[in-house]
Design a protein. Structure first.
Length: 441
């Protein structure tokens, strides 16, 4: 694959992968932990992501390959652990887009006043989210067309999405009152902190996707660091601004429940409606631009997912066809199409919250395996060329590993059925790999 990406493009990808987490999903953690519970969970998750990002950057600069976590674990821990790290990464990247696609479809349905198509299959009525499916086809095609075109599009819509969040904060912060942060701030006590962890993770999920385009990055040893570092700094600032300005307008309940008392996937429109009303031009402008944040993450994660699946095919851990690039566009077209099919199947279940949680399980497994790989490589290959070294070693990678491990235990406890599904996917794929591909990889 061609090297076409510089640090500005990588910043756009890194922020773009994640920015949808500012627009929806995180607010559901307020119902679990309240303002204080989600804030505490987010505080520790921010520490995890900052320390993990710098540690992961060392790995990405030393081993700049498209497989990301697979390549790091494969070199440090062997092929079996490499497979598990790569599979966790694929689960994260393949299951996050359907949740975002569902939100995109909901936004468009709201604007266009359309209803989902109902397919009647005998006695089964199947709701077809056709706008979300159309988004899948559109952005998969854009990624097949070329990584530079895809990255340029990502950069433009990411800048617009960031601008929208800054405008949102500018409109709502003048109405901020401290009392709104302190009212019913800790409704479920300590357990609420742990229950809110998946929603805190959703703020930053998929930032590590920058590493998966390392093979398409010019001077990756320098540019991956610049792209990663600037992206995580931007996202932490946006997270704090969005959290405080949303809840500070009228309390956390107003950004969790809609007018009918149902949990909402639109916390920012709910917050800004308290300032400018829900019918003015400013409300509709911000609602429209807000869609770009969803598109940025959807498109960006599709890009990263294609590279992760491509590496599995290239390394003979999955069908070899997934590891081929398009003869004309030099992009992993087969991997992108395969991911799209799996994503649409997940989308059709309509289980957005559950899909998000499974993606978070994949992310945490990836973080844990990657940090174990980090320590193993530092021990076994001290002479490896490391153009960038994590600051405050071993504190940074140790903090990332500890917080990720605690979060995995907490998420398993509060989401036992989904944990069984996730670990079942991991075990089933590993057994398939050992039986079919393990002898030749």
């Amino acid at each position: 694959m061609e090297r076409t990406l510089g640090p500005v493009m990588l910043w756009g990808l890194g922020v773009g992968y994640v920015i949808s987490g500012m627009y929806f999903g995180w607010n559901l953690g307020l119902a679990e932990g309240g303002t204080l519970g989600l804030a505490i969970a987010t505080f520790f998750i921010v520490i995890m992501y900052v320390t993990f990002t710098f540690s992961y950057t060392e790995l990405a600069c030393a081993i700049p390959k498209a497989g990301g976590a697979f390549d790091y674990a494969d070199r440090a821990l062997g092929r079996n652990w490499g497979f598990l790290g790569g599979m966790a990464q694929i689960i994260e990247f393949v299951f996050a887009p359907p949740a975002i696609a569902a939100a995109i479809g909901a936004y468009f349905n709201l604007f266009l006043k359309t209803e989902p198509i109902i397919l009647e299959l005998g006695t089964l009525n199947l709701e077809l989210p056709w706008l979300a499916i159309l988004a899948y086809f559109t952005f998969t095609a854009l990624n097949i067309f070329g990584v530079r075109a895809a990255a340029m599009f990502e950069l433009v819509i990411t800048i617009l999405a960031v601008a929208e969040l800054l405008i949102f904060a500018g409109v709502t912060l003048p109405e901020f009152e401290v009392v709104h942060l302190t009212t019913n701030a800790f409704p479920n006590g300590i357990p609420g902190i742990f229950a809110a962890i998946p929603f805190a993770i959703w703020f930053f999920l998929a930032i590590e996707g920058v590493a998966n385009v390392a093979e398409e990055t010019k001077n990756p040893q320098r540019n991956v660091l610049l792209g990663f570092g600037s992206a995580i700094f931007t996202l932490v600032i946006l997270c704090v601004l969005t959290f405080v300005s949303s809840v500070g307008v009228a309390g956390w309940e107003t950004v969790v429940y809609d007018a009918n008392g149902n949990p909402s996937d639109s916390p920012l429109p709910l917050a800004i409606a308290h300032v400018v009303g829900d019918s003015g031009w400013m409300y509709h402008l911000l609602l429209t631009i807000g869609l770009l944040g969803l598109i940025a993450s959807f498109h960006g994660i599709i890009l990263a997912a294609g590279r992760a699946t491509y590496e599995f095919g290239r390394q003979n851990l999955a069908p070899k066809a997934l590891g081929r690039v398009h003869s004309k566009f030099k992009t992993p077209a087969n991997a992108l199409i395969f991911n799209m099919i799996i994503g649409i199947i997940a989308l059709m279940t309509g289980k957005t919250g559950e899909i998000i949680t499974i993606a978070c399980f994949g992310a945490l497994a990836l973080y844990i395996i990657s940090m174990i790989s980090f320590f193993k490589l530092r021990k076994n290959e001290p002479e490896m060329e490391r153009p960038f070294k994590v600051p405050f070693y071993p504190i940074f990678p140790a903090l990332a590993l500890i917080i990720a491990s605690i979060s995995m235990v907490a998420m398993t406890y509060y989401n036992l059925q989904l944990a069984v599904i996730f670990f079942g996917l991991m075990a089933g794929s590993f057994i398939t790999y050992k039986l079919i591909y393990g002898k030749t990889s």
